[in-house]
Design a binder for this molecule. Structure first.
Ligand SMILES: [Fe+2]
Length: 193
């Protein structure tokens, strides 16, 4: 396939997915359980985009999905909102990788709003696919947002959920103890950052 200039900007590096995974691995103590969560989220996002005719740049989406929870893997002396903390940490790296303009704006929206339970007015439809994908993932695939049972099962089979509850418990502790009680709702009753 010939990639369009929009999909891969002139100065944008390739393999954002690999770079995102490397960055996650540089700070994550959670290994495969968290990585598989990110892979499922990306697969659901891409499938939702396919279903609705919303074109997604797969490399960028997979990169953003690897980084969407990175704020829960790092600490910061002042920033107690994990969504903002993750974006502040990832953004300079993503810029170094050549992500610019529309791609960068989309990356920011994915990072800040993926956990929003309610529809976010004005959210880029591509970021909306990731927000809906979080709904599928967090509900163990009970919420479909139109994806077939077979396709949801296939994603969980490709990237097993084994070990992820332990990650969630650690995220719960991070938000409750380190970030403060109001941030718990960002994970378990998500809202916009
Ligand atoms: Fe997540």
């Amino acid at each position: 396939m010939i990639e369009s200039a929009h999909m891969i900007g002139d100065d944008r590096g390739r393999d954002l997915e690999g770079k995102g995974l490397d960055l996650l691995r540089s700070v994550s103590e959670y290994g495969e359980p968290l990585e598989n969560h990110c892979r499922r989220l990306a697969d659901f996002s891409l499938a939702l985009g396919d279903d609705r005719g919303i074109g997604l740049d797969e490399d960028l989406v997979r990169c953003a999905c690897y980084l969407h929870d990175i704020g829960l893997c790092i600490t910061h002396p002042e920033e107690r909102n994990y969504l903002r903390r993750g974006l502040d940490f990832a953004l300079p790296r993503v810029k170094e990788w050549g992500v610019r303009g529309d791609d960068l704006a989309l990356f920011e929206e994915i990072m800040l709003y993926n956990h929003s339970l309610k529809r976010v007015p004005g959210l880029d439809p591509r970021a909306e696919m990731v927000r809906l994908a979080v709904g599928v993932e967090h509900s163990f695939g009970v919420r479909s947002h139109g994806l077939s049972k077979e396709s949801r099962r296939a994603v969980f089979a490709r990237h097993p959920r084994r070990g992820f509850n332990k990650v969630l418990m650690s995220f719960f502790k991070t938000t409750l103890v380190d970030d403060g009680p109001t941030q718990v709702f960002g994970i378990f009753l998500p809202k916009a950052g």
